[in-house]
Design a protein around this ligand. Structure first.
Ligand SMILES: Nc1nc2c(ncn2[C@@H]2O[C@H](COP(=O)(O)OP(=O)(O)O)[C@@H](O)[C@H]2O)c(=O)[nH]1
Ligand SMILES: [Mg+2]
Length: 274
């Protein structure tokens, strides 16, 4: 079922924020992040964050040891599932632990985690359900983004804006925040286990009638060896997969081929108090 516009109410960020305020959970999908995890952790605004979950996707380094030393809530995959598969575990765990707002932060110290308060503010205020930390509201080339990544990002973003009817500065950022309501509405578990998961998720949000509840703020990024493992070949696959997501969205939208992935979940009944 397609939801009509703005299915979600204006004031709710989650199902039942506690008297102490909404629960903010940071999730980190990790793969070989031992060298960068501590720096990433240090920049998180701990006074605002209730819990930090790290999901390890069978790293070959000491990611799990470092995460345990930092006292994170660590979940370990037995099998490598990939970036999207890792995020599925992240969101299931965050919702199970009572999150009202979930921040997805790469543990590779690429995105400036000190921006988290500004990122989640519109969700806490009930204005937005998805917030993106955009590199393109600043100067990504100055941050070291390779020029070919810059150009392909611009190209894909232009196509996605046209298809989704939005005016976002980019769709491919790794710093995002979600309301509980959003994660309970879209069937993200049906998405790819690969990098295109992030694009499928945005298509789902738009298909659920929540496109106007997507916002963005500028977030500076850093490019260095450990912060970027995705090379040219994997990026080409990612670009083509993104175009397929757009095509699937358009076919769904005009009713030629309905997609279960793009069909919002029916509203959840409130949790029983008994
Ligand atoms: N689970 C999983 N995560 C991965 C894999 N490759 C990269 N990642 C994670 O995905 C995120 C983005 O990858 P990254 O190489 O930084 O991409 P880039 O910054 O866009 O070049 C990082 O947090 C990595 O830890 C993988 O094979 N499996
Ligand atoms: Mg990175």
């Amino acid at each position: 079922m397609d939801r009509p516009n703005d299915a979600a109410g204006a004031s709710d960020v989650g199902s039942a924020p506690t008297a102490a305020g909404p629960t903010v959970v940071v999730v980190m999908p990790a793969y070989n992040a031992a060298k960068t995890l501590e720096r990433t952790y240090a920049d998180i605004p701990h006074e605002l964050v209730d819990r930090i979950i790290l999901v390890d996707d069978v790293s070959h380094d000491e990611t799990v040891d470092v995460a345990n030393q930092l006292g994170l809530d660590v979940i370990i995959h037995r099998q490598n599932l990939g970036y999207g598969g890792n995020q599925k575990t992240c969101y299931q765990a965050a919702l199970a632990r009572g999150a009202d707002v979930v921040v997805m932060l790469h543990p590779d110290y690429q995105y400036d985690a000190t921006r988290i308060p500004a990122l989640i503010a519109p969700i806490l205020e009930g204005e937005k359900h998805l917030m993106l930390g955009s590199r393109f509201l600043g100067d990504p080339l100055a941050g070291g983004m390779p020029r070919w990544k810059f150009i392909s990002n611009r190209f894909l973003t232009g196509i996605e804006n046209l298809a989704f009817g939005l005016h976002l500065s980019e769709y491919h950022t790794g710093l995002r925040a979600y309301s509980r309501r959003l994660l309970e509405t879209i069937p993200y578990e049906l998405n790819s286990n690969d990098f295109v998961f992030d694009q499928e998720l945005i298509a789902q949000v738009v298909a659920a009638g929540m496109g106007r509840r997507i916002g963005e703020i500028a977030v500076p990024t850093r490019y260095f060896d450990e912060a970027s493992s995705v090379g040219f070949k994997r990026s080409v696959v990612y670009g083509l997969s993104t175009l397929r997501v757009v095509a699937r969205y358009l076919l769904h939208r005009i009713g030629v081929r309905r997609s279960p992935k793009l069909t919002a979940r029916p509203p959840q009944p409130p949790a029983s108090v008994v």
